[in-house]
Design a protein around this ligand. Structure first.
Ligand SMILES: N[C@@H](CCC(=O)N[C@@H](CS)C(=O)NCC(=O)O)C(=O)O
Length: 267
């Protein structure tokens, strides 16, 4: 089994948490979307959306995060002895879809200082143009990526789009807060794949230094967040890269790479 992912990608974190929680081994391929590694023709030919993560088991390739997590759960069930635990799959799937329904892209980009955001998006556009020149047979797919990048820039100027993304997040968090007043975890009293989907969302809020506004004002989520951060899977997938000072190391590595490549004009 192979996973194409990156620690900075929220959806990649969801899948890696699932793999860690279920103890499944896999071959890891890291492609940093901020440096445009996901635009390399070898990957882009298979996945012209360039989105991460992508999961491959033999000839079976899955692009949707939720489907990858469900697939991992099925593999884990088959390989375990099926020890009759009482997890309500319908409830888990309902929460997984609810959490996945919030698209983090606009929210994330709108909270990154403009100077950095514009620098990264310009760099990635240049990578796309360079790859297009190297692989003209897939130029159309690269063109679509450029178009998408300009559309996102336009959306970021639209205050209604930003507002609705934030409102969607607030609604989701309020629902989770209510649920956690009755249950210990998102879909019941045990940790499930629904928690795996939520943890990266909370980690993103923390990374953007927005805990006061979104986490700490919701006491159940704040308590839950402390508990889930103690899980080894959290440390392997997120804590190792983003806890405390580590986030500066992780982000500055990417920033340094981008600066050097820009100076050298190597895309
Ligand atoms: N395949 C995912 C979406 C994944 C996604 O949006 N990935 C983002 C990072 S979390 C990405 O790879 N962006 C880079 C790009 O668009 O080039 C799904 O539909 O479930």
């Amino acid at each position: 089994m192979q996973l194409f992912h990156h620690p900075l990608s929220l959806d990649s974190q969801k899948v890696r948490l699932a793999l860690e929680e279920k103890g499944i081994d896999y071959t890891s391929h890291r492609l940093n979307p901020l440096t445009g590694k996901n635009m390399d023709p070898s990957f882009f030919r298979v996945n012209p959306s360039s989105k991460l993560p992508v999961f491959q088991n033999g000839s079976h390739i899955i692009f949707s995060t939720i489907e990858i997590v469900q697939y991992i759960e099925r593999i884990a069930k088959v390989s375990s002895s099926g020890d009759g635990n009482k997890i309500n799959d319908i409830e888990v799937n309902k929460w997984m879809k609810k959490i996945e329904g919030w698209n983090s892209d606009i929210f994330t980009m709108s909270h990154i200082p403009e100077k950095y955001r514009l620098f990264v998006s310009k760099f990635v556009r240049r990578v796309v143009i360079a790859r297009m020149a190297e692989s003209p047979d897939i130029a159309n797919a690269y063109h679509l990526k450029l178009k998408e990048a300009y559309e996102i820039e336009e959306q970021l100027k639209d205050l209604d789009v930003l507002k609705s993304s934030e409102e969607h997040l607030l609604e989701l968090l309020d629902e989770v807060e209510k649920q956690l007043s009755e249950k210990a975890y998102v879909a019941g009293d045990e940790y499930t794949m629904a928690d795996t989907m939520l943890i990266p969302v909370l980690a993103l809020i923390e990374l953007l230094e927005l805990e006061d506004k979104y986490i700490l004002v919701r006491p159940r989520i704040a308590g839950y967040w402390k508990v889930v951060k103690r899980r080894p899977s959290y440390n392997t997938v997120i804590g190792k890269y983003f806890s405390g000072w580590r986030k500066y190391r992780t982000l500055s590595k990417t920033w340094f790479f981008l600066r050097i490549r820009s100076i050298l004009r190597r895309y």
